[in-house]
Design a protein. Structure first.
Length: 249
């Protein structure tokens, strides 16, 4: 089920959405503490996670797929958001240092073309973070949140998908352990759940956060087994010699 930018904007304006945003931002910053002078792109609905880097990065651009819609970002400033097709990103090849992908893969209609485009625009020294709902987690079942819509994934599925598109796995984090409840008690306990969840019930995390780099060498292909015919030279018998004739004078 698709989700629009208005629904996502409403979710992150709510108290639960603000808690989720704080948790995810903390984990992104732990992986990328310094992005000074880098060119950053957010794909899907990543504007809220680009904001902490806006002043230090060389530039930050929020790219939103056409099926999702777009809104002005950041509010009260010059627009840094654009609307585009999933499989036709308006950037030069090898031009982006960092990419944050969130609220995208679970709704993506053309995965192969989209991730080929993300690979194309990422620099050879670049990094990309992909955040998706965990198929075993409680948030994938909370359809009142954006993580409860679309197709959730296991971490292995995402890593295999990215490897198929020539990305190299760097590290995986399991995040968002606070249950998807609107109760103020659970919201106040979000930090406790996040700290203890990885030790108590790590398989039930809400989200997978996977960091990858760009593979720039050709993959090895073992090929198909096939019998090879080898031609063996045939040894012809030496013609018989009439020795009686040779002895005659």
């Amino acid at each position: 089920m698709r989700i629009g930018v208005s629904d996502l904007k409403t979710f992150y304006a709510d108290v639960v959405g603000r808690v989720v945003r704080r948790i995810i931002r903390t984990h992104i910053h732990a992986l990328w503490p310094d992005c000074k002078g880098l060119r950053m792109v957010g794909f899907g609905y990543a504007s809220t996670y680009l904001k902490p880097y806006k002043d230090e990065a060389e530039r930050t651009i929020a790219v939103m797929p056409r099926a999702m819609g777009v809104h002005h970002w950041p509010r009260g400033e010059k627009n840094l958001a654009c609307l585009t097709e999933e499989d036709e990103l308006p950037f030069e090849t090898n031009s982006v240092d960092r990419i944050i992908v969130i609220h995208s893969l679970e709704f993506c209609d053309s995965i192969d073309q989209t991730y080929s485009e993300l690979w194309r625009i990422l620099k050879s020294t670049g990094r990309m973070i992909v955040i998706v709902p965990n198929r075993l987690g409680l948030w994938a079942r909370a359809d009142w949140t954006p993580f409860g819509r679309g197709t959730p994934y296991s971490a292995t599925q995402v890593r295999n998908l990215l490897a198929d598109h020539q990305f190299v796995h760097e590290r995986t984090r399991k995040i968002l352990y606070v249950p998807p409840f609107r109760s103020q008690l659970f919201i106040r306990s979000a930090q406790f759940f996040e700290a203890m969840g990885q030790y108590i019930y790590s398989a039930l995390c809400g989200l997978h956060m996977i960091e990858v780099s760009k593979q720039i060498y050709a993959g090895s292909n073992r090929g198909l087994k096939e019998k090879v015919r080898i031609k063996v030279p045939q040894i012809m018998p030496e013609p018989a010699v009439n020795r009686e004739w040779l002895t005659k004078k």
